[in-house]
Design a binder for this molecule. Structure first.
Ligand code: G3P
Length: 219
């Protein structure tokens, strides 16, 4: 399973890279707006931190012609850019055009298996189903992931990776891993929660205390 950081925070991205838990980065217009920084330079900085990992940068327009121009500009930033487009008719057309030209495309705002089917047919490199937002309205977001993986498994010609998005807590990651999702994109603090367990902490405290009693040193 690949871990993508769902953030534009350069320090948090670098921290995950140092931890060896960074396989990519995703952003969206809301994340960029929250950063308060200029979009293109910020994406350039992110691409420098992880030059070999996909960095998703989303188009801003909803018009096909403008989206195509935005997508071409974003793709030109770096070789590891994945252009993010919404799951709309125009977004699918942009996905088809850009992917035919060899550009990675991440199709986002996916909320149904049939949307994911269209994204795969359009040549998307990644599909981003938003599990947290489905949970928010009383549905079960992980059911969508299961259906998409089931559909994709039926068609070997599909090469779209399932990128679980709108991840809110470790259970989303656990269930994604059990289902075999390709990628989860998470706020960095959610990834950092994965190694925490009270029994680990208690056990380590016991080991440290008992070792201290030996009066020995390994070095
Ligand atoms: O990658 C999509 C993600 O940023 C959306 O998350 O919490 O706004 O649903 P959220």
């Amino acid at each position: 399973m690949k871990f993508f950081a769902d953030t534009s925070d350069l320090d948090a991205i670098a921290d995950l890279a140092d931890l060896g838990m960074l396989d990519g980065v995703t952003t969206n217009p809301s994340i960029i707006a929250k950063s308060g920084k200029d979009f293109i330079p910020l994406i350039q900085e992110i691409c420098k931190i992880c030059p070999d990992a996909p960095v998703s940068a989303e188009v801003a327009s909803t018009d096909f012609e403008i989206m195509m121009k935005e997508g071409d500009k974003l793709a030109a930033i770096a070789d590891n850019i994945a252009v993010k487009v919404p799951l709309t008719e125009a977004g699918l057309k942009v996905c088809k055009n850009l992917s035919n030209n060899g550009t990675m495309v991440n199709v986002t705002l996916c909320f149904s298996p049939l949307q994911a089917l269209l994204a795969a047919k359009a040549g998307a490199a990644f599909i981003s189903p938003f599990v947290g937002r489905l949970d928010d309205i009383g549905l079960t977001g992980m059911d969508l992931i299961a259906e998409i993986l089931n559909i994709y498994d039926n068609y070997p010609e599909f090469h779209t990776e399932v990128l679980v998005a709108s991840v809110r807590h470790p259970q989303h990651i656990r269930e994604s891993a059990l289902l075999g999702a390709d990628v989860v994109t998470c706020p960095p603090d959610v990834i950092k929660k994965l190694y925490k367990h009270p029994l680990t902490d208690n056990g380590l405290a016991g080991f440290v205390a008992d070792w201290k009693k030996t009066g020995q040193s390994i070095l």
